[in-house]
Write a protein that binds this ligand. Structure first.
Ligand SMILES: NC(=O)C1=CN([C@@H]2O[C@H](COP(=O)(O)OP(=O)(O)OC[C@H]3O[C@@H](n4cnc5c(N)ncnc54)[C@H](O)[C@@H]3O)[C@@H](O)[C@H]2O)[C@@H](O)CC1
Ligand SMILES: [K+]
Length: 512
């Protein structure tokens, strides 16, 4: 199904084209005037009259022009308004010159760029900082005076808790990739809120953006055209995913919900396989086998529903295979992966099985020629090994890395991490999963995701939908636990299972 307009994510090029078309079509009010009003309205939700000044940062481009428009509105509404400008005034665009002119004629205090932003008891602290330093035009790392200003703002807000409203994108963040422009050579404003203009942007929802953008808000600047224009990605909306395969009819039996074989849990790593198997159980698979390279475990005492089997004697039948959690990388593990890849049923490939794929070209070739569905669930380090890149290179452009993996191996990908990226080899748009929090950064949560994916595939969901649904439920379970005070500190993988079960039941019956 087509994503709702607000779920759509646009590339920088697409936004710039919308901007150009809008400018050609109409002149009054300008997009910058509309942006200024939108920022002003948003700022009003974050500040209270008479409670300290507001500081606006205006950079050299049109992002700075937006900030100057907003500053004029704030001072006209009676707020004490300070502004720091960076860049040559003579080099500003015509719209930004108009905005500057207004700002210079308003009762705004203009501070030098090297002013010391230190909270002091002598004067009231800022109650809001508006970041208009750089927007989608940032094309090199922030350095020199601008970098010092970014550091000062981040220090100031860390000390005072002052909110930061970023205009369009937190300055320093790449609006498309979610990486900091220039990596370690750059820097970025840590915003509490970001008002994305014209359309929503992928970089605000993945990688560093997931943290540094804060709460993402949207104003389309009256460009209804956005609804009909091309987009590159969308945020997963679970309500839009086809999941009728999960609903239970009165005449069904355990054979109706498929078999899942988890292949892993080698000696010393049994927990990973158990977590994946339990996740498949809690997510509704009909029968679950835990297939181990060495039968260390004869029974999961807590969940005797799971059938433990010796891999040397296991018969591949019609099971969906989840291979990798705690598998190890011995010869038997490679043989099991070969058998799984030759098995004509859907397969989920995780953890050690991904590492085997990265080092054994003959296994990678088998994956490339497979016809049944395959889903790879790498974290950035596993993705880096598969692509022969560094983790930093993967993280510099998470979407491009996931798309490259999908193309290279001809399968579906979940690239894990903040704002997981999902894509398939034929997909025109990739997806970003919006749920989840840092509580998921703990051992075993990836095993739970793999088992959950296996269970949804066994119940008959299409692979792209199963991946999106699983990612969303996995992250949303962590969000519910955090909301209940059980995280992020100390949140652990086992706790996700009953919450995922509850979420799936609520989703399928339309209660979410
Ligand atoms: N053009 C328009 O009609 C509109 C623009 N809008 C705003 O304008 C922004 C885009 O404007 P721009 O394209 O001017 O881009 P920016 O405002 O992001 O700034 C780009 C400017 O900064 C310079 N620059 C880039 N990286 C730099 C660095 N590391 N250090 C120093 N200077 C650097 C560039 O040479 C350019 O002059 C959007 O993010 C949005 O906030 C919105 O107001 C909507 C309408
Ligand atoms: K900005």
């Amino acid at each position: 199904m087509k994503p709702q307009q607000s779920d759509r994510l646009f590339s920088i090029q697409q936004i710039q084209m919308l901007e150009r078309n809008a400018k050609a079509d109409r002149h009054q009010p300008s997009l910058m005037e509309l942006a200024g009003k939108a920022i002003f309205s948003q700022a009003l939700t974050l500040i209270k009259p008479g409670q300290g000044p507001v500081l606006l940062i205006a950079g050299p481009g049109n992002n700075g022009g937006d900030a100057m428009e907003a500053a004029a509105h704030l001072s006209a509404a009676g707020y004490t308004t300070d502004m720091i400008r960076i860049g040559e005034d003579a080099a500003r665009s015509p719209e930004a010159q108009l905005a500057l002119n207004q700002a210079l004629h308003a009762p705004i205090q203009h501070l030098p760029a090297d002013v010391s932003l230190v909270p002091s008891t002598d004067q009231p602290a800022y109650q809001l900082i508006v970041d208009g330093l750089f927007g989608i035009g940032l094309n090199k790392p922030i350095t020199d005076a601008a970098a010092q200003l970014v550091a000062q703002i981040n220090n100031y807000t860390a000390q005072t808790g002052c909110p930061v409203l970023a205009i369009d994108v937190p300055s320093g963040l790449h609006a498309e990739t979610g990486a900091i422009v220039g990596g370690a050579a750059g820097c970025c404003i840590a915003a509490t809120h970001t008002l994305s203009l014209i359309g929503n942007k992928p970089g605000l929802h993945t990688g560093y953006g997931k943290q540094l953008a804060g709460q993402v808000l949207l104003d389309d600047l009256q460009l209804a055209a956005v609804a009909h224009s091309g987009y590159v990605a969308c945020l997963t909306d679970p309500a839009q995913i086809e999941c009728h395969a999960l609903s239970r009819k009165a005449y069904t039996h355990k054979g109706s919900f498929g078999d899942v074989a988890i292949i892993g849990a080698a000696p010393g790593m049994a927990g990973a396989g158990i977590l994946a198997a339990r996740a498949a159980l809690f997510a509704g698979a009909g029968r679950i086998f835990l297939v181990q390279p060495d039968t260390e475990l004869r029974l999961d005492m807590l969940h005797p529903e799971i059938m433990c089997r010796d891999a040397r004697q296991f018969e591949f039948n019609k099971q969906v295979i989840v291979i990798g959690p705690g598998l190890g990388q011995e010869q038997l593990a490679a043989d099991l992966l070969r058998a799984a890849l030759q098995h004509p049923c859907p397969v989920v490939i995780d953890a050690d099985a991904l590492n085997l794929l990265a080092t054994k070209p003959e296994l990678a070739a088998l994956l490339q020629t497979r016809t049944a569905a395959a889903l790879l669930t790498p974290h950035p380090l596993e993705a880096a090994r598969l692509l022969a890149l560094s983790t930093e290179q993967v993280q510099q452009n998470r979407a491009m890395s996931a798309k490259e993996l999908a193309q290279r191996f001809g399968c579906h990908i979940i690239l894990k991490g903040a704002g997981s990226i999902l894509c398939g080899p034929q997909d025109r748009h990739y997806r970003i999963n919006p749920s989840g929090n840092p509580g998921l950064a703990s051992g075993g949560t990836g095993d739970v995701l793999a088992g959950l994916c296996g269970a949804l595939l066994a119940q008959g969901m299409e692979v792209g939908d199963a991946a999106a649904f699983a990612c969303w439920a996995h992250g949303a379970a962590a969000d519910e636990l955090v909301a209940a005070g059980s995280g992020p500190i100390g949140l652990h993988a086992s706790e996700l299972l009953p919450v995922i079960r509850s979420l799936l039941n609520r989703l399928v019956t339309g209660r979410i």
